[in-house]
Write a protein that binds this ligand. Structure first.
Ligand code: FAD
Length: 512
């Protein structure tokens, strides 16, 4: 076994690992990233399909101006990376009340959408002042209402809220099914937690969602590619298609052993794998044995499990939905038929992505859990049938799906992610534990980062990025006694200040 020495070894080349590597590189540290898959980006991954860039994982740049990648894309001034701001137009299709073949279909749907929004406002008003939600009144966008509704639902069902809320709940069940069915984490309803939805909203009127023409995965890759540029000083070493199996601390050195039986040695290590990987058992190909890991770690991580959310990309060859580009459409799930099961089988359609005839069918819950990568055994597959039936109900059109016009991503079955993003079990403070000293570093040398480790922006690429920066800065201070530069990513305040003037931004200049 040969041994190679670094200052820091990073496990995982997703948004968190890449951000950590940049911070360490800028402080002159010799860094290696070990990545199990064949490319960088992790759960932010774009592929080219049918001549278009398709996001298999992360798609929305959440949190508007406080998202580092929004400023990065704008500063690139490259039309390929143009960002488009979304207006959050959600279109519910109510199969029971809409005559799909009538000429007045569009006006009925518009009416339905408008009724839906009004009812959202009604619940929003009930909530204003009741749970002390940070935003108020008109400033709720539809996306933040998802969280509000979920919280409302969970509180009323699980904790028996007051009668007026209960009646509002009854009135709202079908609409709630409409919105959270699609973003469902695949949990039993009793396992839902406010933490799953309650955080600061992804999308607000002041900080709206954007999408990138070239894809979020490509944007992340573009921002990181220079890290590995051998013509520059101190390039980061990328060790791809290599799985970390053991991390241990001996004689004040971290030893990392891979599936190829290589031993890497460093002063310190940052582990950025998903909570799914942390929670996988020893027989999983991605599982890492970490020296100093205790039963308490296992317990905490198991209470912050992965949610399930996946994407099926359909090349339909025609504008089936006829409601425009990048609109969101989903079937309204009615309260009367096996409601709870129905809720966990939501499908959200993103229509006509960037004006192509490509549609994203985003699935939540059990559908997402069962989704596998690419090779769907067509016709036998419940998910495909469900998508076909849903499209038929919504548009009246029969679509034929075969292996040439369909791609899927099974993040829940991917051994290196084992889910989509972190969620949290109810009645525990376990997300909070992840931020304590006890859980952010083991044996004083093994640090943790990743989307689950960001306090407010978890479940997002920008949260993962910030977590990676913050962990690397802490590591520099603890291990190398270096006061780390806190620019570019540490706090939202920093981001806002720094990126108001993109030309002055060192990080951007470094990257381009
Ligand atoms: C379908 C889907 C849709 C999403 N939509 C959005 C969205 O619209 N907007 C948004 O902001 N976020 C979205 N997210 C969440 C976002 O993608 C993640 O929060 C973020 O990319 C996580 O980054 P990370 O660095 O924490 O982890 P990851 O990206 O998972 O990186 C960890 C890396 O570690 C590697 N790894 C795992 N085990 C090992 C091992 N043993 N050895 C070596 N390497 C290993 C993995 O291959 C991976 O590359 C979505 C996620 C999914 C799945």
């Amino acid at each position: 076994m040969t041994t190679t020495n670094y200052d820091v070894i990073i496990v995982g080349a997703g948004a968190a690992g890449l951000a950590a590597a940049r911070v360490l590189q800028r402080h002159g540290k010799k860094v290696a990233i070990v990545e199990a898959s064949s490319s960088i980006g992790g759960r932010a991954k774009t592929i080219e399909a049918w001549g278009h860039n398709c996001d298999l994982g992360a798609h929305w740049l959440h949190y508007g101006t406080r998202n580092v990648f929004l400023h990065y894309a704008n500063a690139l001034s490259d039309s390929n990376y143009e960002l488009i701001q979304l207006n959050d137009d959600y279109m519910p299709f109510d199969v029971e009340n809409v005559n799909l073949h009538s000429d007045s279909r569009v006006s009925i749907l518009n009416q339905d959408a408008s009724n839906f929004k009004q009812r959202l406002r009604h619940v929003e008003n009930i909530f204003a002042g009741d749970v002390g939600f940070r935003a108020a009144g008109n400033y709720f966008s539809t996306n933040s209402q998802h969280r509000l509704l979920s919280q409302f639902y969970v509180n009323s069902v699980l904790h028996g809220y007051e009668p007026d809320l209960q009646s509002a709940k009854d009135e709202w069940d079908d609409s709630i099914g409409l919105v959270i069915g699609n973003f469902d984490m695949g949990k039993e309803w009793s396992r839902y937690s406010n933490s799953d939805y309650q955080s600061s909203p992804w999308n607000t009127e002041y900080n709206p969602d954007h999408v990138c023409k070239n894809g979020y995965g490509n944007l992340l890759k573009r921002s990181a590619i220079d890290l590995f540029d051998g013509t520059k000083v101190n390039p980061v070493k990328l060790i791809k298609q290599t799985v970390v199996k053991i991390i241990d601390v001996r004689n004040d050195q971290v030893k990392v052993i891979t599936n190829k039986n290589e031993e890497l040695q460093a002063e310190s290590c940052i582990v950025t794998v998903s909570n799914g990987v942390h929670n996988s058992g020893p027989s999983s190909v991605s599982h890492i044995k970490i020296g100093g890991w205790t039963d308490r770690h296992t317990e905490i991580y198991q209470n912050v499990p992965m949610g399930h959310y996946g994407r099926v990309i359909l090349n339909l060859g025609q504008d089936i939905f006829e409601i425009g580009e990048h609109k969101y459409a989903f079937i309204k799930i009615n309260n009367n038929s096996n409601e709870l099961q129905a809720l966990t089988d939501g499908i959200l359609f993103i229509t006509n992505v960037f004006g192509s005839n490509i549609v994203y069918a985003d699935v939540g819950g059990m559908l997402a859990e069962n989704l596998v990568d690419k090779n769907i055994p067509l016709l036998e597959n419940k998910i495909i049938q469900k998508i076909q039936v849903s499209i038929k109900k919504m548009t009246g059109k029969d679509i034929s799906l075969n292996k040439n016009n369909i791609i899927s991503t099974g993040w829940s079955k991917n051994p290196f992610t084992l889910g989509s993003f972190a969620s949290a079990n109810p009645k525990t403070d376990d997300r909070e534990h992840l931020f304590s000293d006890e859980f952010s570093v083991i044996n004083d040398r093994i640090f943790f980062a990743g989307e689950a480790h960001h306090k407010t922006d978890w479940a997002t690429v920008s949260g993962a990025h910030q977590s990676g920066c913050k962990t690397a800065q802490e590591l520099l201070e603890k291990i190398f006694r270096i006061t780390a530069l806190k620019d570019n990513c540490y706090t939202n305040r920093h981001l806002a200040n720094e990126y108001d003037k993109p030309n002055d931004c060192k990080y951007l200049n470094d990257s381009i």
